[in-house]
Design a protein around this ligand. Sequence first.
Ligand code: MRU
Length: 359
Amino acid sequence: MQEEKSGSVVNVDAVELKEDGSAVVIIDQTLLPNRVEYIELTTPKQMYDAIFQLKVRGAPAIGVCAGYCYYVLARGIALEAADWQTFKTMLHIQKEYLNSSRPTAVNLSWALNRMEAVVDAGEGKPMPEVLDLLEAECKAIHAEDLAMSEAISAYGASLLKDGDGVLTHCNAGPLACLGYGTGQGPLFYAHDHGKEVHVFADETRPLLQGARLTSYELQRAGIDVTLICDNMASIVMKNGWVQACMVGCDRVAMNGDAANKIGTSGVAILARHYGIPFYVLGPTSTIDQNSPTGDDIKIELRNPDEIKTMWYAEPKALPEVKCYNPSFDVTDHELITAIITEKGICYPPYEKSLAALFE
Ligand code: MRU
């Protein structure tokens, strides 16, 4: 791990391509905050498992990781495949396999489609040239991700005043996005530019990304952070300690409905009740032009063990008790004050302001 520069964690590389191009290197986020361990991904199964098991997670980081995975696999398949058609077919099968690892974050399919488009355009070119183009494309996805993080963070920070309290949910900081982040990017950006905010980080049941990752990142950066259980958001808002809510997103529909970590929509409902602005932050790659409304967004259902056993020495519910464990929920666009992208701040009506981003 590249250690913090100037008290910030923005230079941590949660996802990297190994220098010789033979593997994707990630921080295993499931081990944080107790251990910082890097793992190398070389096989399709390792890559699928890393995404499915949330060793790499957060919509933009999943996209960057998927681009690198595609390139590493393409190198291997290029050595095996007898001809162009076999190369394309084998790579497409692996692409679809990776794409099935998690359904909600659109950046996964976005990055994989972007890589496949390079192959489609490469027909007739020598294989080494196609591989060079693929390497350039996955590195471009990473570089663009860093740039978008910075731009989103600057826009978001412009909405905060020195001394504000900000409530956030899940993890949408450097580990999830690379660079400053999205949902938490403005907090790091503000801090690095001389504006101090204090942050309430929801622990984010059941996988505790807020406790394990967000409070870790903010604390290490020297930002004033207080960890709360998800069911404490109402009291800190009622106490007048929160002037803004900021969250990331996994997929935004064209009407502004935004899917993010389970519990986000509850925060938005509370924020509306207490008259607190609620901001969703994410790159345009997270806006899905194929989803007109939130009803079109597929919600990932995960293993009940994440609720019943994962964090406990002994199970805290009978094995036969049913669990419902949706990983995301959709916040109605009417509850969202603004959607902040790298291209600017979008306000309602979102049908117009989001469509304008793609014109
Ligand atoms: O299940 P996770 O941990 O991948 O969920 C992550 C989130 O919901 C984030 O808030 C979202 O991906 C935005 S990350 C910039």
